[in-house]
Design a protein around this ligand. Structure first.
Ligand SMILES: *Cc1c(COP(=O)(O)O)cnc(C)c1O
Length: 394
């Protein structure tokens, strides 16, 4: 039976604690960056084991600040993956550096370390590697850090999906043991992400780089703007850089503080839903369910389903339409960067250059996944998927 209401793909789970804290913030009268942003940074850094953290208004800002703090600029190159949201690559363009996109590994769809190494060898001026922990599953960081060490390049991690992700016993956001080059990690608190502040992000990394990024994040002013207006503050400040406006307001940090406390229970719910999907869908030979590699605990931001299209009479686009007809919201993560006209035309990128990403893109879709979904919602998704497969198998 088709559900009577549309099931949204990834609704946020917001409780009274978040709402009350926002109201208190508004009543306190300090609504932009201030004590709550500071507290959110400290709590976040503790959770992921980061030496320092900077709260900002998006993961895109966090990644941009990371490249700025590392001094990546014109004439430099950054190696990244085609299988990501385009903003991971936009920030490289913002710095007038050259993005060098490579293909992904077939199981996780994360950046392929062998291709990273080959790209560094054939490209002049590679300053950084920008891996993405896609869907919440860590990229092969041991291999990537080993390559980065050998070539003396920095690592900027797009961790928009990966709160909380464990990799070989440590959290993504904590330093890779033994890595000597600078390494910065960007998280997203966009409305659909595992932890949300509506819009928002966090940059973690070594304290000196985080403090540089902090100055860049707020007009290039030499001290916190908010201190200027407190009793111990002074009217005097100096602008030392042509900075950006990337700071996180306290109204949003108020939400983040309580989302952080809710994270454990939200993740338990995510994993329970994933287990239900796996159990029901892994038995269908028309479908391929997601993997979790040995030593990795995924944040399960997205549940990726791949269609074994040779066993089906319909393609991916039609599969999503069939889900929509059954009131189930699905999506695709992502349209690879090499297909977007800006990057395709500017760098002459062709699907043949990214055979794995291209083939997997054509058969992928993402099922609804949110801790706000009920058991009935999950059962509805399973029933709809199973029904579509049954009706359309060859
Ligand atoms: C959401 C997302 C971003 C951008 O995050 P914002 O906070 O919206 O800037 C970057 N990369 C990936 C992989 C994402 O999914």
């Amino acid at each position: 039976m088709t559900r009577s209401t549309f099931l949204p793909f990834a609704p946020p789970l917001i409780g009274d604690e978040e709402i009350d804290e926002v109201v208190r913030t508004l009543r306190d009268g300090w609504i932009t960056t201030g004590p709550r942003a500071q507290r959110f940074e400290a709590d976040f850094a503790r959770l992921v084991g980061a030496p320092a953290a900077l709260a900002v208004n998006s993961a895109t800002s966090a990644m941009h600040l990371a490249l700025v703090a590392l001094g990546v600029g014109e004439g430099d190159a950054v190696v990244s993956t085609t299988m990501t949201f385009s903003s991971s690559i936009h920030v490289i363009e913002h710095q007038r550096a050259r993005p060098v996109l490579v293909d992904v590994e077939r199981d996780t769809l994360n950046i392929d370390p062998d291709q990273v190494e080959a790209a560094i060898k054939r490209t002049k001026g590679v300053k950084a590697i920008l891996p993405v922990h896609l869907y919440g599953h860590a990229a092969d960081m041991d291999a990537i850090y080993e390559i980065a060490s050998r070539h003396g390049v920095a690592v900027v991690e797009d961790a928009a999906h990966s709160l909380p992700t464990r990799y070989h016993g440590r959290m993504i956001g904590s330093p890779q043991p033994g890595f000597e080059q600078p390494n910065l990690v960007a998280f997203s608190f966009y409305a659909t992400k595992n932890l949300t502040t509506g819009e928002g992000g966090m940059l973690t990394g070594p304290p000196d780089l985080i403090e540089d990024a902090r100055v860049w994040s707020l007009h290039g002013m030499s001290r916190d703007a908010f201190k200027r207006y407190t009793s111990e503050g002074s009217w005097y400040y100096e602008v030392v850089l042509p900075g950006f406006k990337y700071n996180m307001p306290d109204v949003q940090a108020a939400i983040g503080m309580h989302q952080l406390k809710r994270l454990d229970s939200m993740q338990r719910r995510r994993r329970a839903i994933v287990a239900q999907y796996d159990e029901a869908l892994a038995q269908l030979p028309e479908l391929e369910t997601p993997v979790e590699r040995e030593g990795v605990e995924s944040a399960w931001h997205i549940y990726l389903l791949r269609l074994n299209t040779e066993r089906l009479k319909i393609d991916r686009a039609r599969f999503i339409e069939e889900l929509r007809a059954r009131n189930i919201g699905a999506s695709v993560h992502f349209i690879p960067v090499h297909l977007h006209p800006y990057y395709r035309d500017r760098y002459g990128l062709k699907p043949a250059g990214f055979p794995v990403a291209q083939a997997e893109y054509e058969r992928m879709l993402s099922l609804p996944l949110s801790p706000a979904h009920t058991d009935e919602d999950v059962a509805d998704v399973i029933e709809a998927v199973t029904d579509i497969v049954r009706e359309n198998r060859v």
